[in-house]
Design a protein around this ligand. Structure first.
Ligand code: SF4
Length: 359
Protein backbone atom coordinates (compact mmCIF):
# COMPACT_ATOMS: atom_id res chain seq x y z
CA UNK A 1 0.00 0.00 0.00
CA UNK A 2 1.33 3.41 -0.98
CA UNK A 3 2.17 5.85 1.88
CA UNK A 4 1.20 9.53 2.20
CA UNK A 5 4.83 10.57 1.63
CA UNK A 6 4.99 8.50 -1.54
CA UNK A 7 1.71 10.01 -2.75
CA UNK A 8 3.02 13.51 -2.05
CA UNK A 9 6.24 12.76 -3.93
CA UNK A 10 4.27 11.38 -6.88
CA UNK A 11 2.06 14.48 -6.90
CA UNK A 12 4.98 16.89 -6.76
CA UNK A 13 6.59 15.11 -9.72
CA UNK A 14 3.25 15.66 -11.51
CA UNK A 15 0.50 13.08 -11.78
CA UNK A 16 -0.72 11.88 -15.11
CA UNK A 17 -4.25 10.56 -15.61
CA UNK A 18 -3.33 6.93 -14.93
CA UNK A 19 -1.44 7.84 -11.71
CA UNK A 20 -4.43 9.80 -10.47
CA UNK A 21 -6.82 7.00 -11.33
CA UNK A 22 -4.60 4.49 -9.58
CA UNK A 23 -4.55 6.68 -6.44
CA UNK A 24 -8.29 7.19 -6.47
CA UNK A 25 -8.92 3.49 -6.76
CA UNK A 26 -6.16 2.03 -4.61
CA UNK A 27 -5.05 4.53 -1.96
CA UNK A 28 -7.07 4.73 1.25
CA UNK A 29 -8.77 7.99 2.13
CA UNK A 30 -6.49 8.76 5.08
CA UNK A 31 -3.40 8.52 2.89
CA UNK A 32 -4.92 10.67 0.17
CA UNK A 33 -6.20 13.23 2.65
CA UNK A 34 -2.85 13.44 4.44
CA UNK A 35 -0.94 13.95 1.18
CA UNK A 36 -3.50 16.49 -0.08
CA UNK A 37 -3.37 18.42 3.20
CA UNK A 38 0.44 18.50 3.03
CA UNK A 39 0.25 19.83 -0.54
CA UNK A 40 -2.31 22.46 0.48
CA UNK A 41 -0.16 23.68 3.37
CA UNK A 42 2.95 23.73 1.17
CA UNK A 43 1.35 25.90 -1.53
CA UNK A 44 -1.30 27.91 0.32
CA UNK A 45 -0.48 27.75 4.04
CA UNK A 46 -3.32 27.28 6.48
CA UNK A 47 -5.63 30.09 5.33
CA UNK A 48 -9.21 29.19 4.40
CA UNK A 49 -11.08 31.83 2.44
CA UNK A 50 -14.65 32.58 1.40
CA UNK A 51 -16.68 35.49 0.07
CA UNK A 52 -19.72 37.12 1.64
CA UNK A 53 -22.30 36.78 -1.12
CA UNK A 54 -25.96 36.60 -1.99
CA UNK A 55 -27.40 34.22 -4.56
CA UNK A 56 -30.30 35.39 -6.69
CA UNK A 57 -31.84 33.47 -9.54
CA UNK A 58 -33.22 35.76 -12.22
CA UNK A 59 -35.60 33.02 -13.39
CA UNK A 60 -36.33 29.34 -12.78
CA UNK A 61 -37.77 28.85 -16.25
CA UNK A 62 -35.64 26.42 -18.19
CA UNK A 63 -36.05 24.38 -21.33
CA UNK A 64 -32.98 22.17 -20.75
CA UNK A 65 -34.83 19.82 -18.36
CA UNK A 66 -31.64 18.28 -16.94
CA UNK A 67 -32.32 15.02 -15.09
CA UNK A 68 -30.03 16.24 -12.28
CA UNK A 69 -32.06 19.37 -11.60
CA UNK A 70 -34.71 19.97 -8.95
CA UNK A 71 -34.75 23.72 -9.50
CA UNK A 72 -36.15 24.39 -12.96
CA UNK A 73 -39.77 24.81 -14.03
CA UNK A 74 -40.88 24.51 -17.65
CA UNK A 75 -42.36 27.58 -19.39
CA UNK A 76 -45.97 28.13 -18.30
CA UNK A 77 -45.63 26.19 -15.03
CA UNK A 78 -47.52 27.74 -12.13
CA UNK A 79 -44.31 28.02 -10.08
CA UNK A 80 -42.32 29.58 -12.93
CA UNK A 81 -40.96 33.06 -12.25
CA UNK A 82 -38.89 35.81 -13.79
CA UNK A 83 -37.51 38.59 -11.62
CA UNK A 84 -37.55 42.15 -12.85
CA UNK A 85 -34.13 43.84 -12.95
CA UNK A 86 -35.20 46.40 -10.34
CA UNK A 87 -36.42 43.60 -8.06
CA UNK A 88 -33.01 41.90 -8.24
CA UNK A 89 -31.23 45.20 -7.69
CA UNK A 90 -33.27 46.01 -4.61
CA UNK A 91 -32.66 42.52 -3.19
CA UNK A 92 -28.93 43.02 -3.65
CA UNK A 93 -29.14 46.40 -1.98
CA UNK A 94 -30.94 44.85 0.97
CA UNK A 95 -28.41 42.04 1.42
CA UNK A 96 -25.53 44.49 1.00
CA UNK A 97 -26.84 46.81 3.69
CA UNK A 98 -28.07 44.08 6.07
CA UNK A 99 -25.27 41.50 5.76
CA UNK A 100 -22.47 43.38 4.01
CA UNK A 101 -22.33 41.09 0.98
CA UNK A 102 -19.73 42.05 -1.62
CA UNK A 103 -20.79 39.65 -4.38
CA UNK A 104 -23.96 38.86 -6.26
CA UNK A 105 -23.98 35.32 -7.61
CA UNK A 106 -26.70 35.32 -10.25
CA UNK A 107 -27.88 32.43 -12.38
CA UNK A 108 -31.05 31.15 -13.96
CA UNK A 109 -32.12 28.55 -16.46
CA UNK A 110 -32.39 28.60 -20.23
CA UNK A 111 -35.35 30.95 -20.45
CA UNK A 112 -36.45 31.26 -24.08
CA UNK A 113 -38.38 34.49 -23.46
CA UNK A 114 -35.41 36.62 -22.39
CA UNK A 115 -33.82 39.25 -24.60
CA UNK A 116 -30.32 40.77 -24.60
CA UNK A 117 -31.91 43.96 -23.24
CA UNK A 118 -33.19 42.11 -20.17
CA UNK A 119 -29.65 41.23 -19.13
CA UNK A 120 -28.33 44.71 -20.00
CA UNK A 121 -30.91 46.18 -17.67
CA UNK A 122 -30.36 43.50 -15.01
CA UNK A 123 -26.63 44.12 -14.65
CA UNK A 124 -26.98 47.89 -15.00
CA UNK A 125 -29.71 48.07 -12.36
CA UNK A 126 -27.51 46.22 -9.85
CA UNK A 127 -24.51 48.44 -10.60
CA UNK A 128 -26.63 51.58 -10.28
CA UNK A 129 -27.81 50.69 -6.78
CA UNK A 130 -24.75 48.84 -5.47
CA UNK A 131 -21.70 49.74 -7.56
CA UNK A 132 -19.37 48.13 -5.01
CA UNK A 133 -21.00 44.69 -5.36
CA UNK A 134 -19.25 42.37 -7.81
CA UNK A 135 -21.55 40.59 -10.25
CA UNK A 136 -20.61 36.96 -10.77
CA UNK A 137 -23.07 35.94 -13.39
CA UNK A 138 -24.54 33.34 -15.65
CA UNK A 139 -22.72 30.08 -16.35
CA UNK A 140 -20.89 29.09 -19.54
CA UNK A 141 -23.94 26.98 -20.40
CA UNK A 142 -26.29 29.98 -20.07
CA UNK A 143 -23.97 32.17 -22.16
CA UNK A 144 -23.92 29.54 -24.92
CA UNK A 145 -27.69 29.04 -24.75
CA UNK A 146 -28.47 32.76 -25.05
CA UNK A 147 -25.92 33.16 -27.85
CA UNK A 148 -27.85 30.51 -29.80
CA UNK A 149 -31.21 32.02 -28.91
CA UNK A 150 -30.20 35.52 -29.95
CA UNK A 151 -28.16 34.40 -32.98
CA UNK A 152 -25.06 36.03 -31.61
CA UNK A 153 -21.60 34.66 -30.98
CA UNK A 154 -20.61 33.73 -27.43
CA UNK A 155 -18.01 36.47 -27.61
CA UNK A 156 -20.67 39.05 -28.48
CA UNK A 157 -22.90 37.93 -25.61
CA UNK A 158 -20.09 37.96 -23.06
CA UNK A 159 -18.76 41.32 -24.26
CA UNK A 160 -22.21 42.82 -24.02
CA UNK A 161 -22.69 41.42 -20.51
CA UNK A 162 -19.30 42.75 -19.50
CA UNK A 163 -20.15 46.22 -20.82
CA UNK A 164 -23.38 46.12 -18.81
CA UNK A 165 -21.56 45.26 -15.55
CA UNK A 166 -20.79 41.54 -15.41
CA UNK A 167 -17.49 41.05 -13.58
CA UNK A 168 -17.03 37.27 -13.39
CA UNK A 169 -18.74 34.03 -14.35
CA UNK A 170 -19.92 31.37 -11.96
CA UNK A 171 -18.57 27.88 -12.60
CA UNK A 172 -21.82 25.94 -13.01
CA UNK A 173 -22.90 23.86 -15.95
CA UNK A 174 -19.56 22.05 -16.12
CA UNK A 175 -21.12 18.94 -14.49
CA UNK A 176 -18.79 16.18 -15.74
CA UNK A 177 -17.10 16.89 -19.05
CA UNK A 178 -17.08 13.28 -20.31
CA UNK A 179 -19.79 12.89 -22.94
CA UNK A 180 -20.91 9.41 -21.90
CA UNK A 181 -21.90 10.82 -18.49
CA UNK A 182 -23.15 14.13 -19.80
CA UNK A 183 -25.68 12.53 -22.11
CA UNK A 184 -27.29 10.90 -19.06
CA UNK A 185 -27.20 13.81 -16.60
CA UNK A 186 -27.48 16.87 -18.86
CA UNK A 187 -28.30 15.78 -22.41
CA UNK A 188 -29.53 19.20 -23.55
CA UNK A 189 -26.63 21.24 -22.24
CA UNK A 190 -23.52 22.24 -24.17
CA UNK A 191 -20.83 19.57 -24.41
CA UNK A 192 -17.85 19.53 -22.09
CA UNK A 193 -15.64 20.75 -24.93
CA UNK A 194 -18.00 23.65 -25.59
CA UNK A 195 -18.02 24.57 -21.89
CA UNK A 196 -14.25 24.76 -21.95
CA UNK A 197 -14.33 26.80 -25.16
CA UNK A 198 -16.80 29.33 -23.69
CA UNK A 199 -14.60 29.59 -20.59
CA UNK A 200 -11.57 30.28 -22.78
CA UNK A 201 -13.44 33.04 -24.62
CA UNK A 202 -14.54 34.58 -21.32
CA UNK A 203 -11.03 34.49 -19.89
CA UNK A 204 -9.63 36.08 -23.05
CA UNK A 205 -12.17 38.88 -22.65
CA UNK A 206 -10.89 39.47 -19.13
CA UNK A 207 -13.85 37.81 -17.39
CA UNK A 208 -12.53 35.27 -14.88
CA UNK A 209 -14.62 32.34 -13.73
CA UNK A 210 -14.93 29.42 -11.40
CA UNK A 211 -15.14 25.80 -12.57
CA UNK A 212 -17.40 23.28 -10.89
CA UNK A 213 -17.65 19.50 -11.09
CA UNK A 214 -20.85 17.70 -10.17
CA UNK A 215 -20.00 14.28 -8.76
CA UNK A 216 -21.76 11.44 -6.99
CA UNK A 217 -24.29 10.39 -9.65
CA UNK A 218 -23.54 7.98 -12.50
CA UNK A 219 -19.90 8.89 -13.11
CA UNK A 220 -16.92 6.66 -12.46
CA UNK A 221 -13.53 7.59 -11.05
CA UNK A 222 -11.97 8.00 -14.50
CA UNK A 223 -14.54 10.67 -15.36
CA UNK A 224 -13.66 12.62 -12.23
CA UNK A 225 -9.96 12.39 -13.00
CA UNK A 226 -10.50 13.43 -16.62
CA UNK A 227 -12.63 16.40 -15.53
CA UNK A 228 -10.02 17.69 -13.12
CA UNK A 229 -7.25 17.31 -15.69
CA UNK A 230 -9.29 19.32 -18.19
CA UNK A 231 -9.76 22.04 -15.57
CA UNK A 232 -6.01 22.02 -14.94
CA UNK A 233 -5.27 22.28 -18.66
CA UNK A 234 -7.68 25.18 -19.03
CA UNK A 235 -6.00 27.00 -16.18
CA UNK A 236 -2.57 26.42 -17.68
CA UNK A 237 -3.85 27.83 -20.97
CA UNK A 238 -5.72 30.93 -19.74
CA UNK A 239 -5.00 31.51 -16.05
CA UNK A 240 -8.58 32.77 -15.83
CA UNK A 241 -9.96 30.35 -13.26
CA UNK A 242 -10.51 31.56 -9.72
CA UNK A 243 -11.66 28.43 -7.90
CA UNK A 244 -12.37 24.75 -8.49
CA UNK A 245 -15.63 23.72 -6.81
CA UNK A 246 -16.51 20.03 -6.52
CA UNK A 247 -20.29 19.89 -5.99
CA UNK A 248 -21.84 16.79 -4.50
CA UNK A 249 -25.00 15.61 -6.23
CA UNK A 250 -28.12 15.29 -4.12
CA UNK A 251 -30.69 13.11 -5.92
CA UNK A 252 -33.72 14.36 -3.98
CA UNK A 253 -36.48 15.71 -6.26
CA UNK A 254 -34.54 14.92 -9.45
CA UNK A 255 -35.36 12.81 -12.48
CA UNK A 256 -32.23 10.68 -11.91
CA UNK A 257 -33.77 9.64 -8.60
CA UNK A 258 -37.22 9.08 -10.09
CA UNK A 259 -35.70 6.82 -12.74
CA UNK A 260 -33.85 4.87 -10.06
CA UNK A 261 -30.43 5.76 -11.47
CA UNK A 262 -29.23 7.38 -8.23
CA UNK A 263 -30.91 6.52 -4.95
CA UNK A 264 -28.69 8.14 -2.32
CA UNK A 265 -25.94 10.72 -2.12
CA UNK A 266 -22.42 9.31 -2.47
CA UNK A 267 -20.69 8.23 0.76
CA UNK A 268 -18.53 10.75 2.61
CA UNK A 269 -15.42 8.70 1.85
CA UNK A 270 -15.96 9.53 -1.82
CA UNK A 271 -16.16 13.26 -1.00
CA UNK A 272 -12.78 13.00 0.69
CA UNK A 273 -11.25 11.16 -2.28
CA UNK A 274 -12.62 13.63 -4.82
CA UNK A 275 -11.35 16.63 -2.86
CA UNK A 276 -7.96 15.08 -2.21
CA UNK A 277 -7.33 13.99 -5.77
CA UNK A 278 -8.34 17.45 -6.99
CA UNK A 279 -5.63 19.01 -4.81
CA UNK A 280 -3.05 16.39 -5.81
CA UNK A 281 -3.71 17.05 -9.51
CA UNK A 282 -4.09 20.83 -9.33
CA UNK A 283 -1.38 21.48 -6.71
CA UNK A 284 -0.72 25.25 -6.63
CA UNK A 285 -2.65 26.09 -9.80
CA UNK A 286 -6.04 26.59 -8.19
CA UNK A 287 -7.76 26.69 -4.86
CA UNK A 288 -10.13 23.79 -4.21
CA UNK A 289 -13.46 24.37 -2.49
CA UNK A 290 -15.24 22.52 0.26
CA UNK A 291 -18.76 23.44 -0.79
CA UNK A 292 -20.65 23.31 2.50
CA UNK A 293 -23.99 23.78 0.76
CA UNK A 294 -23.62 20.47 -1.08
CA UNK A 295 -21.79 18.33 1.52
CA UNK A 296 -23.05 19.88 4.76
CA UNK A 297 -21.10 22.10 7.13
CA UNK A 298 -19.46 19.40 9.24
CA UNK A 299 -18.11 17.47 6.29
CA UNK A 300 -17.00 20.71 4.64
CA UNK A 301 -14.95 21.41 7.74
CA UNK A 302 -13.33 17.95 7.48
CA UNK A 303 -12.59 18.45 3.79
CA UNK A 304 -10.43 21.41 4.83
CA UNK A 305 -8.04 18.70 6.06
CA UNK A 306 -8.19 16.83 2.75
CA UNK A 307 -7.06 19.37 0.18
CA UNK A 308 -9.74 22.07 0.26
CA UNK A 309 -8.89 25.64 1.22
CA UNK A 310 -11.95 27.71 0.35
CA UNK A 311 -15.54 27.57 1.62
CA UNK A 312 -17.03 29.32 -1.44
CA UNK A 313 -19.30 31.85 0.25
CA UNK A 314 -22.05 32.62 2.68
CA UNK A 315 -24.50 32.01 -0.20
CA UNK A 316 -27.42 33.91 1.31
CA UNK A 317 -30.70 33.07 -0.41
CA UNK A 318 -29.39 30.08 -2.46
CA UNK A 319 -32.19 28.15 -4.19
CA UNK A 320 -30.74 25.59 -6.64
CA UNK A 321 -29.20 23.17 -4.15
CA UNK A 322 -31.87 23.92 -1.59
CA UNK A 323 -34.44 22.68 -4.14
CA UNK A 324 -32.73 19.31 -3.74
CA UNK A 325 -32.87 19.44 0.03
CA UNK A 326 -29.69 21.32 1.02
CA UNK A 327 -29.87 23.53 4.11
CA UNK A 328 -28.98 27.12 3.36
CA UNK A 329 -28.03 30.47 4.86
CA UNK A 330 -25.00 30.79 7.00
CA UNK A 331 -23.17 33.79 8.33
CA UNK A 332 -19.55 34.88 8.11
CA UNK A 333 -18.87 33.92 11.73
CA UNK A 334 -20.24 30.43 11.25
CA UNK A 335 -18.07 29.71 8.22
CA UNK A 336 -15.05 31.11 10.02
CA UNK A 337 -15.77 28.68 12.87
CA UNK A 338 -15.73 25.74 10.43
CA UNK A 339 -12.19 26.67 9.47
CA UNK A 340 -11.04 27.24 13.06
CA UNK A 341 -12.50 23.89 14.16
CA UNK A 342 -9.84 22.13 12.11
CA UNK A 343 -7.00 24.44 13.04
CA UNK A 344 -7.13 26.66 9.96
CA UNK A 345 -7.11 30.45 9.73
CA UNK A 346 -10.27 31.90 8.15
CA UNK A 347 -10.19 35.00 5.97
CA UNK A 348 -12.84 36.91 4.11
CA UNK A 349 -11.97 37.37 0.43
CA UNK A 350 -13.46 39.16 -2.53
CA UNK A 351 -14.63 37.45 -5.73
CA UNK A 352 -11.10 37.68 -7.16
CA UNK A 353 -9.56 35.98 -4.11
CA UNK A 354 -7.94 39.07 -2.64
CA UNK A 355 -8.14 38.84 1.14
CA UNK A 356 -10.40 41.58 2.52
CA UNK A 357 -9.69 40.76 6.14
CA UNK A 358 -8.48 37.89 8.35
CA UNK A 359 -11.20 36.71 10.72
S1 SF4 B 1 -29.34 22.43 -14.27
FE1 SF4 B 1 -29.54 24.48 -15.20
S2 SF4 B 1 -29.78 24.09 -17.40
FE2 SF4 B 1 -30.26 22.15 -16.35
S3 SF4 B 1 -32.51 22.18 -15.99
FE3 SF4 B 1 -31.55 23.03 -14.15
S4 SF4 B 1 -31.58 25.25 -14.52
FE4 SF4 B 1 -31.86 24.25 -16.52
Amino acid sequence: MVSAIEVMEMALRGLDRSDALYLMREADIFTLAQAAEAATRKFFGDVVTFVNNVVINYSNVCVARCPICAFYRPPGHREAYLRKPEEVASMVELFASKYGVTELHINGGFNPFLTPEYFDELFRAVKRRTPHVVIKGPTMAEAAYYAGLWRMSVKEVLSRWKDAGLDAISGGGAEIFAEEVRKVIAPNKISGEQWLEVAKIAHELGIPSNATMLYGHVEREEHVVDHIFRVKELQEKTGGLLLFIPVKFNPLNTELYAKGLVKTPAPSTYDVKVTAIARLILLDRLKVAAYWLSVGKKLASTLLLAGANDLVGTMYNEAVLTSAGAKHDTAVGELAALAREVGKTPALRDTFHRVIKPL
